[in-house]
Design a protein around this ligand. Structure first.
Ligand code: AMP
Ligand code: MG
Length: 479
């Protein structure tokens, strides 16, 4: 396997990263390899026997052209600032495709780094398979995300609540630069480093604003725009990130850090699955609020670049941040309208959408399946859809659809039929960790690669769990 690495992060100030190498593992075994992604990334294969791939993607062999480093960053975790950094991930290089696109290739779970604090630098097979499955599902759902190139089992034990198998995930992202990276630079580095880093980020992610008069304001505006799109997309498919700390919010607008994330079944904006999110800070419906909170932290870091007069800088930053709510509301409404087939939103449509959401909320109706039911009534046979309230709503909706030319097409592009149902994900992972069998897991990955497809519908995969199971479902961070 031959990468085409061009490593630019090394050109930044030395306090932005630490050079360090993956810690070799006992007996690397390739568990998953994403051929389609390797092709997209223009990775060349000279010797692609699984042994070589396992050695390269566990970090036992360092790829040609690699220049390994761990990135420094900070972050507000549940509202409190901490110094963090790649504690269990190592960037091995930046892969440049034939078309000139640049992607970080990172090994996650590859051993301790100077930022590991008390952690072991390792990851469990189960958590890395979960990240592989959900990130690839998100990609197929057309949602910006980091991707997963491979999972290699390490042959070593990892000690969590129970002893588990270890693994290394190869994570691919446009970059791993976070709001937390800016928080680190603005707190701990020289003013010039902040300036240089901002230039670097703009060149890398938003070259179109390079000549703008106020680079920092333009950057903030861009990141705000990307984050709004991201959150609207999450809410389109019922995704709860679960740990939207500023260190888990990318500047590129990609979803990263698939720790405690999960998908809602019953529609309820206050849904939380994460075991540590006891206050509901990152509840499904609170995600836009938290995105704005994180953007405000980013804005604070950029103040010295926005204007030398701090009061002026705050005013300018606020002008950008104050656009969040109206842009979000508009795009959120457009998305919801598309979920029921409307491309041309009229005032009365807002009421129609609100009525449907409210009906779902009261009846604890499945979010995904309600829209599937509207598109394909034969797919979903649940008595809840015989309720008079619903039938009454549906009649009005059908009348409204008479004036929407491509309503079904609009809905088909907006509403997935398959999402990674939490109970299905858990069952697949359990089979792997208990019996070493990948069949259920692979079948699930495969199905989720075409989440909008109606060919040979798999009704079992569409089914939500019993409501009581859903209420008990818990997810965990950093495993
Ligand atoms: P996360 O909750 O995955 O976003 O991680 C928050 C911080 O903890 C990051 O700095 C991670 O690198 C670090 N971290 C998480 N798990 C480990 C681990 N097992 N070993 C070392 N550092 C870790
Ligand atoms: Mg993180």
């Amino acid at each position: 396997m031959q990468f085409n690495f061009d490593n630019t992060y090394h050109t930044l100030a030395p306090e932005m990263f630490s050079e360090c190498k993956p810690t070799p593992v006992q007996s690397p075994q390739l568990v998953l390899f994403n051929n389609a992604l390797a092709t997209e990334l223009d990775i060349e294969f000279i010797d692609n026997n699984t042994k070589t791939l396992a050695a390269l993607l566990s970090g036992n062999i360092i790829a040609d052209g690699a220049a390994c480093l761990a990135q420094a960053y900070g972050g507000h975790q549940f509202g409190h600032f901490n110094m963090l950094g790649d504690g269990r991930a190592i960037l091995i290089g930046e892969q440049v495709t034939a078309a000139g696109l640049r992607f970080d290739i990172q090994l996650k779970g590859s051993g301790i780094t100077p930022y590991s604090r008390r952690g072991d630098g390792r990851a469990t097979l189960s958590a890395m398979l979960r990240e592989y499955l959900i990130s690839e599902a998100m990609y197929a759902l057309n949602i910006p995300t980091s991707r997963s190139l491979a999972v290699v089992a390490t042959g070593e034990a990892v000690y969590r609540e129970q002893v588990q198998q270890g693994a290394v995930l190869t994570r691919v992202a446009a970059s791993h630069i976070r709001v937390g990276t800016f928080e680190y630079v603005s707190r701990f580095c020289a003013p010039q480093t902040l300036r240089d880093f901002t230039n670097y980020v703009v060149k890398r992610h938003f070259p179109e604003i390079l000549l703008d008069e106020n680079l920092a304001i333009s950057l903030l505006t861009k990141v705000l725009d990307k984050q709004i799109d991201l959150i609207v997309n999450w809410m389109r498919v019922g995704f709860i990130h679960g740990v939207m700390n500023t260190d888990n919010m990318t500047i590129s607008g990609e979803t990263i850090d698939y720790g405690p994330c999960a998908f809602i079944n019953a529609y309820n904006p206050s849904t939380v699955f994460s075991s540590i999110d006891t206050g509901g800070r990152y509840a499904f419906g609170n995600q836009p609020t938290m995105a704005l909170w994180n953007l405000t932290r980013l804005a604070e870091c950029l103040l010295p670049l926005i204007d030398s007069d701090t009061n002026m800088a705050i005013k300018k930053a606020e002008t950008v941040l104050n656009t969040f709510q109206s842009i979000f509301d508009e795009r959120y409404m457009t998305m919801l309208a598309q979920k029921i087939g409307i491309t041309n939103v009229q005032d009365s449509d807002r009421q129609m959408i609100a009525t449907l959401l409210n009906w779902m909320f009261i009846n604890k109706t499945d979010y995904t399946n309600t829209f599937v039911r509207l598109m394909y009534p034969n797919f979903i046979s649940d008595n809840v859809y015989q309720q008079s309230d619903f039938l009454y709503w549906e009649k009005a909706w059908k009348e409204r659809m008479a004036s929407e030319d491509n309503w079904l097409q609009t809905m088909q592009q907006t509403n997935p039929i398959y999402i990674p149902r939490n109970h299905r994900v858990e069952a697949a992972l359990q089979q792997v960790t208990e019996t070493g069998t990948m069949s259920t897991f692979n079948a699930l990955v495969n199905r989720l690669s075409e989440p909008y497809s109606t060919t040979n519908p798999d009704f079992e995969l569409m089914a939500p769990p019993a409501f009581s199971d859903d209420a008990c479902y818990k997810t965990y961070c950093g495993t």
